[in-house]
Design a protein around this ligand. Structure first.
Ligand code: PBG
Length: 343
């Protein structure tokens, strides 16, 4: 009996694959779950929230659909929600009254600034939720830079001196993690030394080590009100997006200076950098799904061009697959509640 065309194909496939059929394990939901290599859980999420002065309703951020600036009381509610959902950490970013911004970012070192008040309120109401605060001056400066300026130059050491004070003030308010996001040289060492000198040895440092000069921060700058103020750009301190070896040197430097954890930012366009740091350094490494990444997804979802929840799970799982210990994401509450009732 002569072989049919189909039988010939089957024979050819069996010869070529040795009988292996990659689709065998994909045939059912249970078998796909059984062999899944990466699992996103609520434990992987850090939720960035924005705080503003006053007691009123949440103020929507136009360029970040679904994200609002919250009152201190609103931040406390968010922290309670995080606790309910099993989200380990909230990261607090302030919208500072423009009248309080100045050349030196003085509000950054005020123990009663918005971030410190929100931190104290959260730690009181939801003590089991970790609080992370940035070390950076951009929400406080009249020029929108992360450090202090002399003419057009961003001064390194003068900025670091202030960042160390800012870190102490935040840690004394109850911040569990300081996230230096300023990209000044030597900041981690000086922040660690200042924290220790104030008896804050338990305060952790998650260094924004590979933080790129990126177009994906725009909506965040709207949220903290620094976009319109920003004089020039941040390319003299944030990294050139063409570089990867340099990320390794930045991270190694931050670890030598005492960082407990490191971060890559933005996330999705830099998964190669993330995977490389994880492979080479074996240290808890986080990724920031930035405001621009968030808003891009939201815009497509609102237009009906993407299935938002599905795309979000795919992207955040990709971060995990690349090796992230966790992800800072504005989608944290939606994802965590979705994980309770899986898609
Ligand atoms: C402050 C800071 C920025 C972000 C986090 N901390 C903006 C910037 O560096 O200009 C960006 C976060 C986001 O885009 O979601 N230095």
């Amino acid at each position: 009996m002569s072989e049919t065309g189909l039988q010939a194909v089957t024979r050819r496939i069996d010869e070529a694959t040795g009988g292996a059929r990659m689709r065998r394990l994909r045939q059912a939901d249970w078998s796909r779950r059984l062999v899944r290599e990466t699992q996103l859980t609520a434990n992987d999420l850090i939720w960035p929230i924005f705080v503003r002065d006053g007691d009123g309703e949440p103020e929507p951020v136009a360029s970040m659909p679904g994200v609002s600036r919250l009152s201190v009381a609103g931040c406390v509610d968010a922290a309670r929600e995080a606790a309910d959902l099993g989200i380990p950490v909230v990261a607090i970013f302030p919208y500072t009254d423009p009248a309080l911004r100045d050349e030196r970012g003085s509000q950054a070192v005020n123990p009663d600034n918005l971030v410190c008040r929100a931190t104290r309120a959260i730690k009181k109401a939801a003590p089991n939720v970790g609080v992370m605060c940035d070390a950076a001056l951009d929400p406080y400066t009249s020029h929108g830079h992360d450090g202090v300026m002399d003419g057009e130059r961003i001064l390194n050491d003068e900025s670091v001196e202030i960042l160390a004070k800012q870190s102490v003030v935040q840690a004394e308010a109850g911040a569990d993690i300081i996230g230096p996001s300023d990209m000044m040289d030597g900041r981690v060492a000086c922040i660690r030394e200042a924290l220790d000198a104030h008896g804050l040895r338990d305060t952790m440092i998650m260094a924004y080590s590979a933080k790129y000069a990126s177009a994906f921060y725009g909506p965040f700058r709207d949220a903290v009100g620094s976009n319109a103020l920003l004089r020039g750009d941040k390319r003299t301190y944030q990294m050139d997006f063409a570089n990867s070896d340099e990320a390794l040197r930045e991270a190694a430097q931050d670890l030598a200076e005492g960082a407990d954890m490191i971060m890559v930012k933005p996330g999705l366009p830099y998964l190669d950098v993330l995977a490389r740091l994880v492979r080479e350094l074996q240290i808890p490494t986080f990724a920031y799904q930035t405001s621009g990444e968030y808003s891009m997804m939201m815009a497509a979802t609102q237009n009906g061009w993407l299935d938002g929840p599905k795309a979000t799970m795919e992207v955040l799982t990709a971060y995990k697959r690349a090796g992230a210990s966790g992800i800072l994401t504005y989608f944290a509450p939606q994802v965590a509640s979705g994980l309770k009732t899986p898609l």
